[in-house]
Design a binder for this molecule. Structure first.
Ligand SMILES: [Zn+2]
Ligand SMILES: [Zn+2]
Length: 176
């Protein structure tokens, strides 16, 4: 019975938190960052030469939240410590997939040519295929829907936004 508490519960807390974080990140990306939080997120959707973006403040908030959970967890309520581990693991995955793989914010260039990483890469390129905050697709960072599904969703969104000018931005986004 003891081993259940020592191994199973922490494992479930960590795995559950990582899964929840992908859902929560996608949800807040769509409804907060592309909504009332656009002021910070806008910096991520505009071309620029600076190393940092105002959008990085969102990562700082998540990190500060995780740090406070580590603190509460180690002093008063241990399950929170494992939840903080899950949030931290998600942070690393987010950095690897989004900042690294898609936006090349690391000192080398690697573009995935096949498999799931390619799918995540292309899906997020499609997220950036629309100018501005409206009509975007694919708000997740670690999970991505199949690319053809996203392309047709993007075309529907664009037709709704601007029925006149149907450009092939999505194709450009995929071949870049
Ligand atoms: Zn966005
Ligand atoms: Zn991005």
């Amino acid at each position: 019975m003891d081993s259940l508490v020592y191994y199973l519960v922490p494992t479930l807390l960590v795995v559950g938190t990582v899964l929840f974080m992908e859902w929560f990140a996608a949800w807040s990306h769509e409804h907060i960052m592309h909504g009332w939080g656009w002021r910070w997120h806008k910096s991520h959707h505009e071309p620029h030469d600076e190393t940092l973006e105002k959008n990085d403040l969102y990562a700082v908030i998540f990190a500060a939240f995780a740090v406070s959970l580590f603190w509460i967890g180690s002093n008063w309520f241990w399950p929170l410590w494992w939840i903080a581990i899950g949030i931290s693991i998600y942070g690393v995955l987010y950095f690897f997939m989004h900042d690294g793989l898609v936006h090349q914010r690391w000192p080398f260039k690697y573009v995935p040519r096949k498999g799931y990483l390619k799918r995540v890469y292309q899906a997020h390129r499609l997220h950036h295929a629309v100018e501005g905050r409206d009509g975007c697709v694919s708000f997740g960072f670690v999970y991505a829907e199949p690319v053809d599904k996203l392309v047709s969703q993007l075309q529907r969104n664009k037709r709704k936004l601007d029925p006149e000018a149907l450009q092939d931005e999505e194709e450009r986004a995929l071949t870049e």
